[in-house]
Design a protein around this ligand. Structure first.
Ligand code: ADP
Ligand code: MG
Length: 240
């Protein structure tokens, strides 16, 4: 479903992605791990064109998304993104956050968007928080609303960039739970995370990135217990 060929990204003189080749299948959950600064976020951001690749090609469902003709609005609709910091609109309640894009970008009626939003609130376990403003929500609740907001655009793929890294420990589980359910429903997902338990349990494949390349990739059982590369072993020794 996603095909990445020879992806390079420079920021000025700094080469952050040094030729990434990846294929992600429909329904696959790919977990990306690696040290800080290795290019994980940049890789994810190239997949929905929050960053412009310097070189290479990214296809989603056979459509080249990094060409001048590509419709950037459509790409953003198809790729839901959830960030470390929730980026909810503070002056809108949960419902308002969720219905905004479907109405504005997809031209959905308020009634239809609201109906979908309530289904999503139920899915993330926050139906009773529809009218609550972000300032009155816990971190875990904010992140679940952010996930519902991304899902409201009915994306083909969900991209998660360290969705639990900013949360107090006791709130990590509720967010991972929502992500696990989503994976079980067959959503295609690319997840940057330090939650190795989640990677092991939910990931179909784990990519280990370091210094702008995918050093090693394998099923989680293999990568976590018997990695081939020395750099992978050294990283895992620090985080496991
Ligand atoms: P990770 O998510 O693995 O921590 P990033 O993709 O955020 O890594 O960053 C990789 C490298 O690219 C880092 O050295 C970072 O400082 C640099 N970088 C990221 N975004 C920018 C930017 N907009 N301008 C300049 N350098 C950037
Ligand atoms: Mg990052």
């Amino acid at each position: 479903m996603i095909k990445v060929k020879n992806l390079h990204k420079h920021f000025g003189d700094l080469e952050v992605l040094k030729g990434i080749d990846e294929e992600i299948k429909q329904g696959e959950v790919v977990v990306v791990i690696g040290p800080s600064g290795s290019g994980k976020s940049t890789f994810l951001r190239c997949l929905n064109r929050l960053e412009e690749p310097t070189e290479g090609q990214i296809k989603i469902d056979e459509e080249v998304i990094n060409s001048p003709e590509a419709d950037i609005n459509k790409i953003r609709q198809e790729t839901g993104m959830v960030f470390q910091h929730f980026n909810l609109f503070p002056h809108k309640n949960s419902l308002g956050n969720i219905i905004l894009s479907p109405m504005k970008v997809k031209g959905m009626s308020k009634e239809e968007a609201t109906k979908i939003a309530y289904d999503l609130l139920e899915q993330v376990g926050l139906k009773n928080k529809a009218e609550t403003y972000p300032s009155q929500l816990s971190g875990g609740q904010k992140q679940r609303i952010a996930i519902a907001r991304a899902l409201a655009m009915q994306p083909k793929v969900m991209l998660f960039d360290e969705p639990t890294s900013a949360l107090d420990p006791e709130m990590v589980g509720e967010v991972l739970e929502v992500m696990r359910d989503l994976a079980n429903e067959g959503m295609t997902m690319v997840v940057v995370t330090h939650e190795m338990g989640f990677a092991r349990e939910v990931g179909d494949r784990v990519l280990f990135m370091d210094e702008g390349v995918v050093v090693e990739e394998a099923k989680p059982e293999k990568l976590f217990s018997n990695p081939d590369q020395k750099r992978t072993r050294e990283f895992l020794a620090k985080v496991l």
